[in-house]
Design a protein. Structure first.
Length: 113
């Protein structure tokens, strides 16, 4: 097993881009999620081209500011949490990782002390 082999079939969509927005990696779930846009063929392209305004402007700002962005969405009855965060290589800003996780409409919430 290679170092990151677990990511390929992980049940959340994982997309990684560099500091300019060029898609470096996707796992199977991300390729399936973006199948109509090309799936794995998107690797090497700029993810900004996949976002119409105003989302494109928001992503450009996130890339420039290197800030995390977390939110939930619902589409076709499927609720997801989107977690977009900068990643670093040897302490230097290297780009963004986006995780898209399907979440149930109702789920337990625990407060631990």
């Amino acid at each position: 097993m290679t170092n990151h082999a677990w990511i390929k079939e992980f049940p959340a969509a994982i997309t990684v881009c560099d500091a300019e927005g060029i898609i470096l990696e996707m796992n199977d779930k991300a390729a399936l999620t973006f199948e109509k846009d090309g799936g794995y063929k998107l690797v090497g392209s700029n993810m900004l081209d996949c976002h119409p305004d105003p989302a494109r402007t928001k992503v450009e700002l996130l890339l420039a500011a290197r800030e995390k962005n977390v939110y939930t969405i619902e589409k076709n009855g499927v609720k997801k949490m989107i977690f977009q965060s900068p990643w670093y290589l040897d302490g230097a800003y290297a780009g963004f990782v986006e995780l898209s996780l399907i979440i149930p409409s109702e789920m337990p919430h625990f407060i631990r002390g």
